[in-house]
Design a protein around this ligand. Structure first.
Ligand code: PMP
Length: 346
C-alpha cells in the first residue's frame, strides 16, 4: 500500500515548514531570523523564542515509555488536532468519505463536517462490537479513514482485537484506532502492530491517565509515511513551549500515573458494584475505561436531580444504543460515594 498516493493531491508536493534555524547546521548564538523579542520575556522562564517545531526532546522521552521510535510519533494540540489533520491530509472535501462506528466519540463527526467530508455511520451491534459486514458494505474507493475507538467512548468496552485486525488487513485506507482510554483496559495497545500494517494509525493522549487535559497534548503513532505527511501540514509550532516543558516534567512521574490508573480501575469496579445495588439503576455496562455507562430509570430526570445536588455526569440517554443511559466518569473514592448517596436519595 502506497500511503503517499492516499494523500490529497494538493499536498503531494508540500514540504514541512522549515525555519532558517532548522536549516543552519553549525553553531549559532545570535538569532535574528524569526522576529522574536531578543530582550527576553516578562516571565522567569524564557518564552521569547519559538518552540522546537518537531518537539524532539519530548518525543524522545515519550519514546522511552511507549517504545515507539520518534519518526513514528506525531504530537498534536490534543488528539483532536491529530484527528482534524488526518482529514485535511487524506480526505478530498466533497469527494472522499470516512466511516465512524456510533455510538462513539463526537469529534470524528465534527471534523468531518468542518472539512466537508462525507461521514458514513455504521452502527455498532447491540453488544457494542463491530458490524464487519456493514463496514465492508459502506466502504468504496473514496473511503479514506475508518475510526475505531477502543475502549469506546461512551460505551466503555474494548473492540474485539481480531475484528480490528480483519479491517486492518482488508481496508485500503487508514485505520485509526483511538486508544485514549487504553491505560485503563485489559486489552493491550496496537503499538506492537505498527510494523505490520502500513495503514495503522494509533491515537493516544495525555488528557486521561496522564492527568494533563489542560495542556492539550495528544499522540499519533503511525508508519513513517503517515507521520511525514502529518508533519507537512501541521501548524509549525503546534505544541507550545510550556506544554513541551511541563509534559517533559510529567513524564518523570510514571509511577504516580500508574498508581492513579490502578486506583481508577479499582474504583471503577467498586462503583459498578455499588451502582448495581441501587433501585434507580437498571444496568451497569462493563467498562475498560475511566467511566461507566449506566442505564437508569428516567435518565433525564435523574441527570437533572444530580445537577441539583452539584454532581455533573453526562446525559447520553438520547443516543442510539445508549437509550436511558448516563456516562459517569470515575471520581475519587469520596466523589464516588457522594454520587451513590445522591442516587439513593433521588
Ligand atoms: N478520543 C477520545 C475517545 C476521547 O474521549 C477524547 C476526549 N474526551 C479525545 C480523543 C480527545 O482527547 P484530547 O484531549 O487529546 O484532544
Amino acid at each position: 500500500m502506497d500511503i503517499n498516493n492516499l494523500q490529497r493531491e494538493n499536498i503531494k508536493n508540500l514540504r514541512p515548514y522549515s525555519t532558517a534555524r532548522d536549516e543552519y547546521k553549525g553553531q549559532a548564538s545570535v538569532f535574528l531570523d524569526a522576529n522574536e523579542n531578543s530582550y527576553g520575556s516578562p516571565l522567569e522562564q524564557n518564552y521569547n523564542r519559538y518552540p522546537d517545531p518537531l518537539q524532539l526532546d519530548l518525543k524522545e522521552a515519550i519514546s522511552k515509555i511507549k517504545g515507539v521510535p520518534i519518526e513514528n510519533t506525531f504530537l498534536g494540540n490534543g488528539s483532536d488536532e491529530a484527528i482534524d489533520l488526518l482529514y485535511r491530509a487524506f480526505c478530498e472535501p466533497g469527494r472522499d468519505n470516512v466511516i465512524v462506528l456510533p455510538p462513539t466519540y463526537g469529534m470524528y463527526e465534527v471534523s468531518a463536517g468542518i472539512n466537508n467530508v462525507e461521514l458514513r455511520k455504521v452502527s455498532l451491534l447491540p453488544n457494542f462490537q463491530l458490524d464487519l459486514e456493514g463496514i465492508a458494505e459502506a466502504i468504496d474507493e473514496h473511503t479514506k479513514l475508518i475510526f475505531i475507538c477502543s475502549p469506546n467512548n461512551p460505551t466503555g468496552n474494548s473492540i474485539i482485537r481480531t475484528d480490528i485486525e480483519t479491517i486492518l488487513a482488508n481496508f485500503k485506507g487508514l485505520v485509526v484506532i483511538d486508544e485514549a482510554y487504553i491505560n485503563y483496559a485489559k486489552q493491550k495497545t496496537f503499538i506492537q502492530e505498527l510494523t505490520e500494517y502500513p495503514n495503522l494509525v494509533i491515537l493516544q493522549t495525555f488528557s486521561k491517565a496522564w492527568g494533563l487535559a489542560a495542556l492539550r497534548l495528544g499522540m499519533a503513532f503511525a508508519p513513517r509515511p503517515v507521520i511525514d505527511i502529518l508533519n507537512k501540514i501541521k501548524p509549525p509550532y503546534n505544541i507550545n513551549q510550556a506544554t513541551q516543558n511541563l509534559a517533559l516534567e510529567a513524564l518523570k512521574n510514571l509511577t504516580q500515573v500508574n498508581q492513579w490508573i490502578q486506583s481508577t480501575v479499582l474504583e471503577r469496579e467498586a462503583l459498578s458494584e455499588a451502582l448495581k445495588g441501587l433501585p434507580k439503576v437498571k444496568k451497569v455496562y462493563p467498562s475498560d475505561a475511566n467511566f461507566i455507562l449506566v442505564e437508569v430509570e428516567q435518565a433525564l430526570d435523574t441527570y437533572n436531580a444530580l445537577v441539583e445536588k452539584g454532581i455533573i455526569v453526562r446525559d447520553r440517554s438520547k443516543v442510539t444504543l445508549c437509550e436511558g443511559c448516563l456516562r459517569i466518569t470515575i471520581g475519587t473514592p469520596e466523589e464516588n460515594q457522594n454520587l451513590v448517596q445522591a442516587l439513593k436519595s433521588i
